[in-house]
Design a protein around this ligand. Structure first.
Ligand code: UD1
Length: 422
C-alpha cells in the first residue's frame, strides 16, 4: 500500500487549483438514471470514489465515458439492464446509496445494499427510507439489502426530514423530479452540493424551487432530458488547502475558491489570525501572526462549520497559541486522527464528541496511520510544519477524495512524495 512522506519546515507559496467537488459529483452522476438522454458533467474530480460510482452505474447498464483525462464524464442510462446495486460495490462507498431515489423514480423499483464507506459512525439509512416511504414506496430490509418498490410510481408528498441529511435530501430531490404531483422537502440540507444538484436537474428539465433553503419544492414532470453541467468547486478541498499556509507559513492562492462556499470556516480562520482575501481567481490565504490563535469550533450542517473540515482544523489547532475546544456534532467517532496527531507530539484530550486541543510550539514527524479520508489529509497538513519526517501510511482513503495531493503541495514548495507500496 502506498504511503506519503512529508518533511516539514518549508514555507508554501504559489497557487493551487481546486478541483470540482467530489460530493457534488457523486450525487450528479446518479442523476443520469433519471433520464434516457445523456448527461455531460464537466470539472469532475479524478478520484477513486468517482471510479467507484462509475463502476456502480456501469453495473446497472449505464454507459459512462470519461474524456479529457477524467475531467469530463458523459453518462447515459438509455439501456439500463439492472436496478440492483450490489454489496461488492456499495460497501466501498456510502454515496452509492444515491442510486436509490433515481432508480425508484424512473423504474419504480430498486434493490440497494446497505452502504459501507468511512468508518466514522453508525451512518444509518432511516431518513432516506422514511422519506421515500412518505412518497408511496414500500421498502423492506432483507439480507443486508433495501428492497424498494413504488407500484404505479412515486407520488409527491410533504416530506419532513428528522435531520437535515445531505444524502437523504439528494435522494428525495432526485426521486421527486419524476414523482406525480408536488413534493415539499422540509428540513432539507442546504449544502452547496444540493444547490449544484438542483441546478443540474433543472437543466435536465426538472421543476425545483427553494434549494439552498430548508424547504425545497419539486413539481414532478413526466420525463427529464439531456443536459451539460459544470461541477461546483470542492469546498472541502478548498478549506484543506487554505489551511496549508496557515500551518506551514507563506501565502497560497486557492484557484476557484469563493468565500460563499466556506463562510463559517473562513470566519474561524479570521478569528485565528489568518487573512483570507477574495481575488479574481480565488482566495488568497496568509497568517497574520507567527502562530495562529486557538479558536473553538462546533461542526454543524451547512451553513455551519463542516464536519469534513474538522480533522484538518484540528491539525491547525495543534500548533495554535492557546487551548481550543472542538465539538463534533454530525458524526460520532470522528476523532480517530487525534491519537495519530498525539503521536506527533500534539496535546489533545478527547471526551466523547468533544476534543480539547492545547497548541504546542512544534509537532515532530512520526509514522502515522490514516484512518479515514479527512483524517489522512489532516496528518499530511500536520507533517508540513512538523520537525523531521512524517510517514502517512494507508493512504488509499486519501485517494478517495484528493487528486494529486503530493503534486499540488510540492508545486507550492512542500517537501512531499508518494512512496509506492508493495
Ligand atoms: C455527506 C457527505 C459527507 C459529509 C456528510 C455531512 C457525500 C457523498 N458525503 O454524507 O462527506 O461528511 O454529508 O456533511 O455528500 N443519518 C441518519 N440516518 C440517515 C442518514 C443520515 O441517522 O438516514 C445521520 C448520519 O449517521 C450522520 C448524519 O445523519 O450522523 C449526517 O449524515 P448525512 O448528512 O446523511 O451524510 P451523508 O449524506 O452520508
Amino acid at each position: 500500500m502506498d504511503s506519503i512522506v512529508v518533511r516539514g519546515g518549508r514555507e508554501l507559496n504559489g497557487r493551487i487549483d481546486i478541483a470540482g467537488a467530489k460530493n457534488a459529483a457523486l450525487a450528479l452522476m446518479p442523476a443520469t438514471l433519471l433520464s434516457e438522454e445523456p448527461l455531460t458533467l464537466t470539472n469532475t474530480p479524478r478520484l477513486s470514489d468517482i471510479k467507484t460510482m462509475t463502476a456502480l452505474l456501469q453495473s446497472l447498464g449505464a454507459e459512462v465515458t470519461a474524456l479529457q483525462d477524467g475531467k469530463v464524464q458523459v453518462l447515459s442510462s438509455h439501456g439500463l439492464t439492472s436496478t440492483r446495486a450490489d454489496y461488492e460495490i456499495v460497501r466501498k462507498m456510502r454515496a452509492s446509496n444515491l442510486v436509490l431515489g433515481p432508480l425508484l423514480a424512473r423504474f419504480h423499483e430498486a434493490t440497494v445494499s446497505l452502504p459501507g464507506g468511512c468508518a466514522i459512525g453508525a451512518r444509518p439509512m432511516d431518513i432516506h427510507v422514511s422519506a421515500l416511504e412518505a412518497m408511496g414506496a414500500e421498502i423492506e430490509l432483507r439480507d443486508g439489502y433495501l428492497h424498494a418498490k413504488a407500484r404505479g410510481g412515486l407520488k409527491g408528498a410533504v416530506v419532513p426530514l428528522r435531520f437535515a441529511s445531505v444524502g437523504a435530501t439528494e435522494n428525495v430531490l432526485m426521486a421527486a423530479t419524476l414523482a406525480k404531483g408536488t413534493t415539499v422537502i422540509e428540513n432539507a440540507a442546504r449544502e452547496p452540493e444540493i444547490v449544484d444538484l438542483a441546478d443540474c436537474l433543472r437543466a435536465m428539465g426538472a421543476q425545483i424551487a427553494g434549494d439552498g433553503t430548508s424547504t425545497i419544492t419539486v413539481q414532478g414532470v413526466d420525463r427529464l432530458g439531456a443536459a451539460t453541467h459544470r461541477v461546483v468547486t470542492d469546498r472541502i478541498e478548498l478549506g484543506t488547502y487554505m489551511l496549508a499556509p496557515v500551518i506551514a507559513g507563506g501565502e497560497v492562492e486557492c484557484i476557484g475558491g469563493r468565500i460563499a462556499l466556506v463562510e463559517a470556516f473562513a470566519a474561524k480562520l479570521d478569528a485565528a489570525g489568518v487573512d483570507v482575501t477574495e481575488t479574481p481567481d480565488g482566495l488568497k490565504v496568509k497568517r497574520r501572526l507567527e502562530r495562529p490563535r486557538a479558536v473553538d469550533v462546533t461542526t454543524e450542517p451547512f451553513p455551519g462549520f463542516p464536519t469534513d473540515l474538522q480533522a484538518q482544523m484540528m491539525a491547525m489547532l495543534c500548533i495554535a497559541e492557546g487551548t481550543s475546544v472542538l465539538e463534533e456534532k454530525i458524526f460520532e467517532n470522528r476523532f480517530m486522527h487525534a491519537p495519530e496527531l498525539v503521536r506527533m507530539g500534539a496535546d489533545i484530550d478527547v471526551q466523547g464528541g468533544v476534543a480539547t486541543v492545547t497548541g504546542v510550539d512544534r509537532l515532530k514527524g512520526a509514522p502515522v496511520m490514516a484512518t479515514d479520508l479527512r483524517a489522512s489529509v489532516s496528518l499530511i497538513l500536520s507533517g508540513l510544519a512538523a520537525q523531521g519526517e512524517t510517514i502517512v501510511n494507508r493512504v488509499y482513503h486519501l485517494d478517495r477524495g484528493y487528486e494529486n495531493v503530493e503534486d499540488k503541495l510540492s508545486a507550492v514548495g512542500a517537501d512531499i512524495e508518494r512512496v509506492q507500496g508493495t
